[in-house]
Write a protein that binds this ligand. Structure first.
Ligand code: SAM
Length: 365
């Protein structure tokens, strides 16, 4: 497992493929500071030697260089479409960009989510017994980095399809390139797993919830934080005639049709229940779009959401609308109308974020 904290590109080559491009890495060994994190977990069994492997294989040098090249391109050979850059590892499985512009939006989303729910997480975890934390689909790594600061005695692992995380991070945080929908082969269990803002990313939520359950220690916590991006208004100011409503409906339908649920929020509780979690709690927050709410805090939240929406309209739409037959020009015309409405305060719309946390039973017998 590579440490991408000091040299993202080179590390990512190793991180994505210790076994094969389809297998996730096996360990999160060697945090930078030996003093703070817990002892290294041990691999479960000794590695077996392939007796048929040729010790002096004359072709090994050549094999090594082409292997490294293919690893590198499988992770870093980012395709560019419609002027935006997309992930290379498991190309095409995630429909939104991974470029600097999107990274900035993800950091705005980080502010939006933490300020809306009032913190990094809501689960009543006992900090003393949290040693290993996993942040699924870490994005720019902001959540993982702040968790590492909040849990200085824990090791935090952030995984993502894209190695877009920063280099300078606390010593107890690591990043790796991985597809969370592949088999998980971690040789130890986590005490806290956070799955935040994966709307539009995940094909099989039940399978993911089961993997989370299986990879937690007894008594460990999962926390899902996710959106229902189907915007609505309580005062019916958002109508079917609004371009924003049309855009929102088309986006939701397109992502739903390809099994990338853009509104997992309301279903999170049932995923947690089905996986076997107990002590489940759900909290739901309304997230206004724009500064129309009377409450000053919600007005502030609405401004943050407006910033990320205006930044994100293209990111959300270009590839998805292309997929369902819109030309780029048609998409841009629609987005221009949407921008005008949103900035002109044409309606009082909000989306919702659902926070669901639950615990793996102390004893499963
Ligand atoms: C909307 S961003 C959320 C980022 C982060 N969780 C946050 O809350 O700031 C979704 C992230 O999930 C990543 N992602 C999507 N599908 C994934 C998968 N199958 N495995 C790992 N990461 C994935 C994307 O690359 C992207 O960085």
């Amino acid at each position: 497992m590579a440490d991408t904290s000091s040299k993202p590109a080179a590390s990512a080559e190793v991180a994505a493929s210790p076994q094969s491009p389809s297998s996730p890495p096996k360990s999160v060994a060697s945090p930078n500071s030996p003093s703070s994190p817990p002892p290294e977990p041990e691999l479960a069994a000794p590695l077996e030697v392939d007796e048929e492997d040729e010790v002096n294989d004359p072709t090994l040098d050549g094999q090594l260089s082409s292997f490294t090249a293919s690893l590198s391109s499988s992770v870093l050979d980012y395709p560019v479409e419609h002027g935006r850059r997309y992930h290379a590892y498991r190309k095409g499985s995630y429909l939104f960009p991974n470029d600097d512009r999107e990274a900035e939006r993800l950091d705005v989303m980080h502010q939006l989510t933490t300020q809306t729910i009032g913190g990094l997480y809501l689960a009543p975890v006992d900090k003393e017994i949290v040693h290993n934390i996993l942040d699924i689909g870490t994005g720019t790594g902001s959540l993982a980095i702040e968790l590492a600061e909040e849990f200085p005695n824990a090791r935090v692992l952030g995984c993502d399809l894209s190695p877009i995380q920063p280099s300078w991070v606390p010593p107890n945080v690591q990043f790796e390139v991985d597809d969370v929908e592949s088999e998980w082969l971690y040789p130890f269990k986590f005490d806290l797993i956070i799955n935040r803002c994966m709307a539009g990313s995940i094909g099989d939520w039940n399978a993911l919830s089961k993997k989370i359950y299986d990879n937690l220690t007894p008594g460990g916590w999962v926390e899902f934080q996710d959106y229902d991006i189907d915007y609505r208004s309580d005062d019916r100011s958002l109508t079917e005639d609004h371009h924003f409503r049309k855009w929102n409906k088309v986006l939701v339908k397109a992502l739903t049709d390809i099994d990338r649920d853009p509104c997992p929020g309301p279903k999170l509780r049932s995923y947690a229940e089905k996986a076997g979690f107990v002590n489940i709690r759900e909290e739901v927050f309304k997230v206004p779009l724009g500064p129309w709410a009377k409450d000053p805090y919600l007005k502030h939240i609405g401004m943050i959401n407006l910033v990320q929406m205006l930044d994100g309209l293209e990111a959300f739409s270009l590839k998805v609308f292309d997929m369902i037959g819109y030309s780029e020009a048609e998409t841009q015309v629609l987005l221009a109308k949407v921008r005008d409405e949103v900035k002109g305060r044409a309606f009082h719309a909000y989306e919702k974020i659902h926070v669901v946390y639950g615990q793996k039973p102390e004893s499963t017998t």
